[in-house]
Design a protein around this ligand. Structure first.
Ligand SMILES: [Zn+2]
Length: 233
């Protein structure tokens, strides 16, 4: 279950599935990344709170995932970062699905938009746990953060069909109405996780586009501001 907490008095969202693990999703109360403005003051607030510099990425809607090395803070052209004890990372989002994964003392943050979901980046992350760290899917906890909901996310038929191909079970995440196609990327990523054998999953109900304006929606605001998923081990 998700709940609100604060970092230096600023509102952030957390999941009780990761109790004891330092993680959160930033809200508009503390934006740490924008393409329009220098947010380094807010980023410094978070890094001071964590007592740790954070690694980050340049997202390219790929299924490429990297392991963070000590002392290296920027990872170009990657959509997932894995960290170990003593490291921290953040990735930025403006409708795409943020997923924090944790198991066996290893953690990761994944950026899954429709392209990353078509390429099954979350499956790549689960395989990394299994192959690189000998952490089995049953030991992995996955927290799917705030992202655009299926009511707000109309896609073309071609995208809809590509996403259908990524899962066996189509009961959640796929909707058609008046000849229009809608997808729920949070639900589809959850289904991909289930089909990889991951059972411990928490899905955030917040949409970035409708309801309370807690997060940023690129699709509806065309904004350069982003909310972030933060993890420190
Ligand atoms: Zn919505």
């Amino acid at each position: 279950m998700f709940y609100f907490s604060t970092i230096e008095g600023r509102k952030v969202l957390k999941s009780d599935l990761l109790v004891g693990i330092e993680h959160f999703f930033t809200t508009r109360d503390i934006c740490i990344f924008s393409k329009e403005m220098d947010m380094s003051d807010n980023k410094a607030i978070v890094e001071n709170y964590l007592g740790q510099k954070m690694a980050t990425n340049q997202p390219v809607h790929s299924a490429h995932v990297e392991i963070v090395e000590d002392g290296k803070l920027f990872y170009p052209k990657t959509d997932g970062l894995f960290i170990h004890q003593g490291q921290a990372a953040f990735l930025n989002f403006g409708d795409c699905v943020p997923i924090i994964v944790y198991g066996g003392g290893i953690g990761g943050i994944i950026h899954a938009g429709w392209r990353g979901t078509v390429q099954k980046i979350i499956k790549v992350a689960v395989e990394k746990f299994v192959n690189d760290y000998r952490v089995q899917p049953q030991e992995i906890k996955a927290v799917i953060g705030p992202a655009i909901c299926s009511k707000c996310y109309e896609v073309g038929k071609d995208v809809y069909e590509q996403l259908l191909d990524t899962v066996f079970n189509h009961s959640c995440g796929f909707y058609q109405e008046n000849g229009k196609y809608f997808v729920g990327l949070k639900d589809i990523n959850k289904q991909q996780l289930l089909e990889c054998g991951v059972e411990q999953i928490d899905v955030c109900s917040y949409c970035t586009a409708c309801g309370e304006k807690l997060f940023y929606s690129y699709r509806f605001e065309k904004t350069g501001y982003r909310h972030s998923a933060v993890l420190k081990l």
